[in-house]
Design a protein around this ligand. Structure first.
Ligand SMILES: Cc1ncc(COP(=O)(O)O)c(C=O)c1O
Length: 499
């Protein structure tokens, strides 16, 4: 449905105005800066930035029920600039002209209910929201659509040429950045820095296929991040990590979609996310806070962050109950199956600290929790989910393990329902499934396969003397019939079938 197909009375609700006064606000010294330039950190104190609409009151003047109608109408619109995350245009980019918006199919990801078996295994009902069904197969596309739409706007409005987009990545950020850069083509190229040997073959193939310059660095993600920060400080590049606040803005759409999927009744939900660089949990909290502030939702959901015991700096920070005594200490990560979240010094930690405080001040101390899970729990949970109709990656498994752990610890009251972020597609992380099925985990992971969760292919050959087809060579009809019958019977016997 096109915007112009709607009756005149509804059109004002559907077509967004290009308006607002966006600024970067420093979370350290509170200084503000215009968004005419792409900034990553505060030029005054070096702290991280968030983007704010200084004209927010004009949005607050619109009643919550009207906003809900606007977003629900827009869900039916097919115009590229209003599809996907930009149906929430006023909340995440209202200064962007619609012709600058880049849409590659991100957003609108499905919310899939867990079956009765999984519900009983956890002890509470829950859903997976499958962000692996985004174009580059992870949630990162939400933030990249935003960051590249903004970049596109700068290119168009300032006549920029030859922009080099760079990022450090645990695999998924690079796939998304390379994809969006490859679409823009005119004037934009991308280069991605990956920790050598610490992304899966599927993740590595993505930026290569999109034509990015792929640079491998010895070390872990945190080391790559320091290098791209250095590049952003000293060279003319556009940093596409979530330090770039436009990424956070786009990722807020995950919260908006959850609200919409649950008819804006989110009070009983526990939105569960894995934490790595902490951009995702930042965006999820910021998104719900905005909806609440505008009266689009009347109560906040709970937020549950999950970390592996091999990369758990945020969990450790919140172990201290007294906010005055909390002290953030980066950790040295150990190998983790939740490899995309294997980050010891999350860039968005200052954002998390402020938003958790804000969130808890409205919804209570229990409304944001962080739990820790083992590598074994992550693998077992992922495989169990995928045996029950899901397509969770290891980070999705981490969410499920965390949700189950929180329920078992008595931290989740009756009546709460989980919405778990399956942040990437299972296929990107198939290598960990393979290691489990083949019992090939290196000792440092500490994962021991459970027989009931393993699965391997079985080769069935026809009995001796029955000819087998040879690829490229012909076979006479009688031999082929003999092969089909003998092999078919062997398969049936293996499956316990009787004629
Ligand atoms: C699939 C996946 N899940 C989870 C994360 C963690 O998200 P964040 O770094 O925003 O905390 C990442 C990336 O870092 C990821 O690629």
């Amino acid at each position: 449905m096109k915007c112009t197909d709607f009756p005149e009375s509804i059109r004002p609700y559907v077509v967004p105005e290009v308006a607002g006064r966006y600024i970067y606000r420093c979370l350290g010294c509170q200084a503000t800066f215009g968004v005419e330039e792409l900034l990553y950190t505060c030029p005054q104190c070096g702290s991280v930035l968030m983007i704010r609409d200084e004209d927010w009151d004009r949005l607050k003047a619109i009643p919550g029920p009207t906003w809900r109608r606007i977003f629900d109408y827009r869900a039916m619109v097919t115009e590229p600039a209003l599809k996907g995350i930009y149906r929430f245009h006023e909340l995440l980019g209202s200064i962007l002209p619609l012709d600058a918006v880049i849409y590659l199919g991100e957003g609108h990801t499905p919310v899939v209910q867990a079956n009765a078996k999984m519900r009983d295994w956890v002890g509470r009902p829950f859903f997976f929201k499958n962000d692996g069904q985004n174009p580059s197969a992870s949630f990162k596309d939400r933030g990249m659509a935003s960051a590249f739409s903004y970049l596109n706007h700068l290119i168009k409005s300032q006549g920029l040429t030859q922009v080099l987009a760079v990022c450090a990545s645990t695999g998924d950020t690079s796939a998304a950045a390379a994809l969006y850069a490859s679409y823009l083509v005119d004037g934009v190229t991308s280069a991605v820095l990956l920790p050598q040997g610490k992304v899966t073959p599927q993740q590595l193939s993505q930026p290569l296929g999109s034509g990015a310059r792929v640079i491998e660095i010895p070390g872990v993600f945190d080391d790559c991040m320091k290098i791209v920060e250095y590049l952003a400080e000293h060279y003319p590049v556009a940093l596409m990590n979530s330090k770039n606040a436009w990424r956070i803005l786009g990722q807020e759409s995950y919260s908006y979609e959850i609200a919409q999927a649950f008819d804006y009744e989110v009070a009983d939900l526990v939105v569960t996310v894995p934490i790595g660089n902490a951009g995702n949990i930042t965006a999820v909290m910021a998104g719900f806070l905005k909806l609440h502030d505008l009266g689009i939702i009347t109560q906040l959901p709970w937020i549950l962050g999950v970390q592996s015991h091999h990369a758990d700096p945020v969990y450790r920070y919140y172990l201290e109950p007294d906010p005055q005594k909390r002290e953030f200490r980066p950790v040295t990560v150990q190998p983790s199956v939740a490899q995309a979240a294997m980050i010891g010094n999350p860039v968005s930690m200052p954002r998390v600290v402020q938003l958790v405080e804000q969130f808890r001040s409205i919804a209570g101390d229990q409304a944001v929790q962080v739990v820790q899970v083992t590598e074994q729990e992550i693998m077992d949970a992922m495989l169990r989910a995928n045996r029950n109709g899901h397509i969770a990656c290891t980070q999705g498994g981490e969410c499920l393990a965390g949700w189950r752990r929180a329920v078992a610890d008595g931290a989740i009251p009756d009546g709460k329902v989980g919405v778990l972020d399956a942040t990437a597609h299972a296929l990107k992380f198939a290598i960990f499934q393979e290691k489990y099925f083949e019992d090939r985990f290196e000792p440092e992971f500490g994962v021991v396969p459970k027989e009931e969760l393993r699965n391997r292919p079985v080769l069935v050959r026809p009995p001796q003397g029955v000819p087998c087809p040879v690829p490229g060579a012909g076979m006479d009809a009688e031999s082929f019939r003999a092969f089909v019958t003998a092999t078919g019977d062997a398969v049936a016997s293996m499956l316990g079938l009787r004629k």
